[in-house]
Design a protein around this ligand. Structure first.
Ligand code: GUN
Length: 297
């Protein structure tokens, strides 16, 4: 079998277009399109790249992007003061504080300070609790994007065996909650899991979110499974020349493609969906704050 590739770039583009249409309706009704505040503290190069990309996509979809870049030695109190100001600002619909934060700042304190109604990352304990209890709220962007990709393959996921490899608050745990809400039978595997390969071989849906390059191999895969690769790992690529690198996922793409039914590539799979879902969450938050019904995005 050769797996069908799930084209995350195309699915993300279609989602960004729907977001753009919803933003235009809000603009027509209120004279302002939804506003997303992105806060970056320090110089982390990967974070700078992410933030630049988020800002570009936000404006391209017709949303307002408000960027705050703070020095690496910013105090927690100063960041909390900025979050409080953004919470109180009626022109801001979504707030994203880019992680990781410098060591002097407690990220949990900052996340907890964001108004849950503006928490477009879905990381606030109120939103995490709503997801766990199936009572709405804003959902973390990467797992939301993974679910949307799964739904392009199969609308009804009920009864499928799903294995999520990775238990982070950002991806693994919310992914498991979303799959449970779809009536999948969900297992979370992690670094202390016994015989992870055998567990994965039972999975109709396998989501890999561990951050270990090409860890998931061909013999971990049930024939025909849907494989979602959340990993984005930069590795040396001596074939390209000295010092050259390339991006790989947590899944050994070429060999797993021989067994899986569907697979997301890296790049061009989950990555573009994360930012598209951030924009979707910003529109969702803007509608909720204005008492509009959530648009179908
Ligand atoms: N850093 C890496 N991924 C993310 C994300 O989804 N949200 C935020 N705020 N920071 C990140």
């Amino acid at each position: 079998m050769t797996a069908t590739i799930i084209d995350g770039s195309a699915v993300a583009e279609a989602l960004r277009n729907r977001v753009g249409e919803a933003a235009a309706r809000l603009q027509a009704a209120y004279g302002k399109s939804p506003g997303l505040a992105v806060v970056l503290v320090g110089e982390d190069p990967a974070s700078r790249v992410y933030v630049r990309s988020k800002v570009k996509m936000t404006t391209a979809a017709g949303l307002r992007s408000i960027e705050h870049v703070l020095p690496a030695d910013t105090s927690e109190a100063a960041l909390l003061a900025l979050v409080a100001a953004l919470n109180a600002d009626p022109e801001i619909d979504g707030i994203l504080v880019q992680l990781p934060l410098p060591a002097q700042i407690d990220a949990d304190e900052v996340i907890a300070a964001i108004d849950p109604a503006k928490d477009v990352d879905g990381f606030h304990p109120v939103n995490a609790g709503k997801l766990a209890t199936g009572t709405g709220g804003l959902v973390p962007c990467t797992p939301l994007g993974c679910l949307k990709l799964l739904k392009t393959v199969r609308e009804d996921l009920a009864g499928l065996d799903a294995v999520v490899v990775g238990r982070s608050n950002i991806v693994g745990k919310p992914m498991a909650a979303l799959l449970l809400a779809e009536s999948c039978t969900v297992t979370i595997a992690h670094s202390r899991t016994k015989d992870v390969e055998a567990l994965c071989r039972r999975a109709d849906i396998l989501v890999a979110a561990v951050g270990r390059p090409e860890m998931v191999r061909k013999d971990w895969i049930k024939p025909g499974a849907i494989v979602i690769d959340v990993g984005i790992n930069r590795v040396d690529d001596p074939d390209k020349g000295p010092g050259k690198t390339r991006l790989v996922g947590d899944v050994a793409f070429a060999e797993v493609s021989e067994v899986a039914g569907f697979i997301t590539p890296v790049p061009g799979g989950v990555g573009p969906m994360t930012i598209a879902c951030l924009l979707a969450n910003t529109v969702t938050a803007a509608c909720a704050r204005r008492g509009w019904a959530a648009p179908a995005l």
